[in-house]
Ligand binder design. Sequence first.
Ligand code: FE2
Length: 412
Amino acid sequence: MALYNQTLDKGTVLDVLGTTVEALERDDSATRPAACDALEVGSDDWSTSRDRLIEDLLEAEAWMERDTALATEVGAPVDADEGPEFMPSHPTFALLQSAMAEQLAVAPGSAFHPRDLGWLATVYHRLRARIGGKARFIEHQRLDDFRVTMPDRAVVALVSDWGAGNAHAVAVARQIALRAPDHVIHLGDVYYSGTPREAHTHFLDVWKAHGPSRSRYWCLNANHDMYSGGHGYFGHILPAFHQPASYFSLGNQAWQLIGMDTGYVSGSFTTPQMAWLEAQTHQPARTILLTHHHLLSAFRKRGTTLEKWLEPHLAASHLYGWIWGHEHHLVQYADYRGVKCRCIGHGALPYVPPDRLVRRHPAEIVRMETRTSPLDPDRGIHGFALLTFDGPQVFLEYVDETGDTSWTERWD
Ligand SMILES: [Fe+2]
């Protein structure tokens, strides 16, 4: 199940939000008992449930208005509105988009009619995912937990922002399968909000149908995965991959890939991970850090949280490289504090090639992928990174959705 055009259209999503709020505010007493039934709330809880739903939707609308005003002011896309397709980094919008997709799946021709109690119930139950709380974070017991070894010669595919289930995701998965890597690591984001249903239809099912059959799979946690509380990620993806936790190390004598969770607390780490990371950096192997969120970007606002958490490791030169996603481009940034920095977020979600965008933040770009996709001449090409470990060296090839190579490099 790919993403729907309606759910990716900003005007449609905002219209649906507006008419849904209107219907809830109207609170028609004639239909209230039926609404209580549809939403599975008692009449005593109706006002509270309705008010909470309205509050969440209006807060999201206000957030969007603030960002739209800012975009007008600076004359450039802002973080809420970075793509041609509407995929804002806001939990309520992501959950609303999940609800719209569920409605379209059961009733493809139907609009999101505010008097349709089935639609209201779907919205309500989706947004309630936030009230239900997050999935439990899995912590290590010992400092050598979550460590897996790989041979000195091994091939690892890294792909990010790939959980869209669209034609690009299928094309990228097929290209990864052709390279038959030992491991496949997804750097996070299953759209729209990482619900259990989306964890299957936009992620696990697509790997099963088109991905390599003999690889071991891994997945990092990310913002979209957490918008529904992380239940799809922790409850479905991790068990399917036999992955013990949302942070892990995969390494050999010379190198270790360390995947860290920056989704559970969005754009940050969690305290337990840091003690574990500290222990991993005592290994003689060189460390390549993998996260969903970015250390820096020329196009997107950069927080300083990750850098602050990692300050001791940066100061001690513990990190050789850092590869992230979140932003939907393929970019090689100049070394930052001695760390090789790469963004590989061009896994599947349509994006405008970065050479057409205004660079709004200080981050030196060495090279970036600017070609367009064969499936859409107005959008950038998609792909993944293939890392071939060979003793003290690692060869990196950035492969696109057609099987061609964007560029290669060697780290040693
Ligand atoms: Fe993201």
